[in-house]
Write a protein of this length. Structure first.
Length: 312
C-alpha cells in the first residue's frame, strides 16, 4: 500500500474497469468478480465508464458471501467537472454504496452538461464548457466534508493545472493523487518527480498499453506488450511482459492499474510483488520512453485547459 497525503492508504495495484464499446455488456461484472476472488482490493471505475453498477453489484455480492468487508475494498470513481455533487450522488446510487474511498476529478476540460457523456454538435465537434478548475475543486472538497468520500484527487492534470489548485487561496485539501496515462512508452518521469515533490501519488492508467478501444486509440500505434526489449526481459526473469511492465511502475513509487477479462491474466498480474527488477533493468526500461500517448483525448483539443499541450 502507498500512504496518501491525507493519511489514508491506497493499495499499490488496482483493477481497472473501463469498458470499450466493442466489449460485451456482461464482461465487466464477470471480470470484477474474478478480480475480487483473485485478491484485488483496489477497484477503479468512473461515472463515464458506465461500469459503476457492475462494480457495486460485484462488491456487494462478495460482501454478502463473506469474501470481503466493505473496509477491505478501496474503491475509486471519477467525475467530470460540470456537476460534482449531483454526479457523485448518481455514482453512489449506481454503486449502491454509502461512500467511495477516492473521488477523482476526471479531466480538467469540462463538457456541456446534459444527458450525453461526450456531447457533440451536429458536425461531430465536442461541446466543451468553461468551468474554473479551482471552483470545481471546492465542490469536490465539499463532497469530502459531507462524508461521501474519504480521499479526493485529480486525473489527467498537468503540472500547471496542479499548481492552480495547490496555490488556490483557501485550499482545504490537496489532491492525494493524479491519475494519468503512464507506461513504458510514456513514463511521465518529469510529472512523477513534480508530483513526488508535492506529496501527490501518481496513479498509472494504460499501464499495459491500453485495451486499444477503436474510439480512442490509433490502431497503427505499437502494441506495448509486444516490445522486443520488454519480451526479452520477461524471458530472462521467467515472467510475463505484463508483469515486468507493472513491476517497473511499482518500483518507481507509482500506483498502477491493471485490467484484463481473462482469469489467468488477472491472477498473473497479482504476482508482481513476488520479484524485483535490478537497477540495470530499470534503466533499460527507462530507455523505452517515446512520449507516445495512446489516449490523447482529442475531444478536448483547442480548449485552454487541454492538459496534453504542455510538456508535463
Amino acid at each position: 500500500r502507498v500512504k496518501l497525503n491525507d493519511g489514508h492508504f491506497i493499495p499499490a495495484l488496482g483493477f481497472g474497469t473501463y469498458k470499450p464499446e466493442e466489449v460485451p455488456e456482461d464482461k465487466p461484472l464477470e471480470a470484477i468478480n474474478l478480480a475480487l476472488e483473485a485478491g484485488f482490493r483496489h477497484i477503479d471505475t468512473a461515472y463515464v465508464y458506465q461500469t459503476e453498477k457492475a462494480v457495486g453489484e460485484s462488491i456487494r455480492s462478495k460482501i454478502a458471501a463473506g469474501l470481503v468487508k466493505r473496509e477491505d475494498i478501496f474503491l475509486t470513481t471519477k467525475v467530470l467537472p460540470e456537476l460534482v455533487r449531483s454526479n457523485l450522488e448518481k455514482s453512489l446510487k449506481n454503486l449502491q454504496l454509502d461512500y467511495v474511498d477516492l473521488y477523482i476529478l476526471h479531466y480538467p476540460v469540462p463538457m456541456k452538461p446534459g444527458e450525453d457523456l461526450f456531447p457533440e454538435d451536429e458536425h461531430g465537434n465536442a461541446l466543451l464548457d468553461t468551468v474554473d478548475i479551482c471552483a470545481t475543486w471546492e465542490a469536490v472538497e465539499k463532497c469530502k466534508d459531507a462524508g461521501l468520500v474519504k480521499s479526493i484527487g485529480v486525473s489527467n492534470f498537468n503540472r500547471r493545472q496542479l499548481e492552480k489548485i495547490l496555490n488556490k487561496p483557501g485550499l482545504k485539501y490537496k489532491p492525494v493523487c493524479n491519475q494519468v496515462e503512464c507506461h513504458l512508452y510514456l513514463n511521465q518521469s518529469k510529472l512523477l518527480n513534480y508530483c513526488k515533490s508535492k506529496d501527490i501519488v501518481l496513479v498509472a492508467y494504460c499501464a499495459l498499453g491500453s485495451q486499444r478501444p477503436k474510439r480512442w486509440v490509433d490502431p497503427n500505434s505499437p502494441v506495448l506488450l509486444n516490445d522486443p526489449v520488454l519480451c526479452d526481459m520477461a524471458k530472462k526473469h521467467k515472467r510475463s511482459p505484463a508483469q515486468i511492465a507493472l513491476r517497473y511502475h511499482l518500483q518507481r513509487g507509482i500506483v498502477v492499474l491493471a485490467q484484463s477479462y481473462k482469469e489467468n491474466e488477472i491472477k498473473e498480474n497479482l504476482q508482481v510483488f513476488e520479484f524485483e527488477l535490478p537497477s540495470e533493468d530499470m534503466k533499460i526500461l527507462d530507455g523505452l520512453n517515446k512520449n507516445l500517448r495512446y489516449a490523447p483525448a482529442p475531444f478536448g483539443k483547442g480548449h485552454p485547459e487541454y492538459p496534453f499541450a504542455d510538456e508535463f
